[in-house]
Design a protein around this ligand. Structure first.
Ligand SMILES: Cc1ncc(COP(=O)(O)O)c(C=O)c1O
Length: 365
């Protein structure tokens, strides 16, 4: 990213205009959950409703899901708006904001848009993208106002342990900083209990949504978890943004939350199938290396022989298959594979990716 203030997202522009392909490994979410499966009727919907600072039935369900009180929940249009609103409430122009590297581009771009002074801490590929809290400590100063990370990590899918998060919380606390954790992928950790980092200390602020883990992106059901005073400040600030949400979206979100177990089971089954295909793909690939976690929709391998930009173009043009070039995550030797799609499509896409890598490697050896 250039040091000029961001007024657009290079990644989202690419994702919207250039990532579509018949065989899509570029998306990071679970494939769409069909509206018909929610079994609603038009009578369940209304155009207008009693929303003030939140719609009470939705606030209650989100609070219950997260194990918090409703006054800690600030509804937002997806994690995208949750991140913007949270940062806008937390950052003054010129504040030092410490952001993981690599990270999801819009996190950087929103901080830049808000005139933050952006500093970075490493998630080294060689250490499976794990955070070393002492690295965070070295880079935190009395001017640090906010530390930002994603958990699960986008682009790698790495999980950050509660121990590491707690230590980061303590480090931030010493300089009076908050820790913003984007947990949009966290509900896809199925085999071990994970708590939201919101429960790890008063200086944690969490953003998330039903988008990625449930295939419900179009509902835009996102939210922030923050201490009540801060949450109130965010609600008031939101009056300068969207002010009032789409009420049919709130109603549909309530219905989706009431059926979330079933929606989550479908996502898990889909991911189990696709992860088996992904593992089979990697078993034959000595030209790729890098960490692959057991959870989530994304992984971020490195092509041993260098930049992948041209390869990604070739893959799309010749094999009708898309992945996300690593340049969007400041790591041009890597590319991101997403496995949240339809299993038949994903299996075929991985086959095509393998064939493209073979052809590309042979042509250049
Ligand atoms: C880390 C991260 N945060 C936020 C978002 C946006 O999420 P939403 O669709 O809930 O707005 C994405 C989308 O890819 C993401 O990867």
């Amino acid at each position: 990213m250039s040091s000029a203030r961001a007024v657009a997202s290079t990644y989202l522009e690419w994702a919207k205009l250039c990532s579509a392909a018949k065989y899509n490994l570029a998306s990071s979410g679970i494939m769409s959950y069909p509206l018909a499966e929610l079994h609603i009727s038009p009578q369940d919907l209304e155009i207008n409703g009693p929303t003030v600072y939140g719609y009470a039935p939705l606030q209650e369900r989100l609070a219950r899901k997260c194990g918090v009180t409703p006054d800690c929940v600030v509804a937002a249009a997806g994690t995208a708006m949750a991140n913007h609103l949270a940062m806008a409430a937390l950052i003054e122009p010129g504040d030092d904001v410490l952001i993981e590297q690599p990270t999801y581009g819009p996190v950087l771009e929103v901080a830049s848009y808000l005139h933050a002074n952006i500093l970075r801490f490493d998630r080294p590929a060689a250490h499976d993208f794990q955070i070393d809290p002492e690295d965070v400590a070295r880079r935190t100063t009395s001017k640090t106002r906010l530390v930002c990370l994603t958990n699960l990590h986008n682009p790698s899918g790495a999980l950050t342990s509660e121990e590491t998060l707690t230590r980061i919380g303590e480090i931030a606390q010493k300089s009076g900083a908050q820790v913003l954790v984007d947990e949009v992928y966290l509900d896809m950790v199925y085999d071990q209990p994970v708590r939201s980092s919101f429960h790890l200390g008063n200086n944690f602020v969490v953003t998330t949504s039903l988008t990625k883990a449930y295939g419900l992106s179009g509902l835009r059901c996102g939210w922030i978890l923050a201490q009540p005073d801060l949450a109130k400040r965010m609600w008031r600030l939101n009056d300068l943004f969207g002010a009032t949400p789409v009420h049919p979206g709130e109603l549909l979100s309530v219905m989706a939350l009431d059926q979330l177990d079933k929606i989550g089971v479908r996502a898990r089954q889909l991911l189990d199938t696709n992860r088996a295909a992904l593992n089979a793909f990697f078993a034959d690939r000595s030209d790729l290396d890098g960490f692959r976690g057991p959870w989530g929709t994304v992984c971020f391998p490195r092509r041993r022989s260098g930049s992948v930009d041209e390869f990604c173009e070739f893959l799309r043009a010749r094999y009708e298959t898309s992945v996300v070039p690593g340049r969007f995550f400041e790591m041009p030797d890597h590319f991101r594979i997403g496995i949240g799609g339809d299993p038949a499509m994903t299996a075929e896409a991985l086959k095509r990716l393998a064939a493209a890598l073979d052809e590309w490697g042979t042509a250049r050896s």
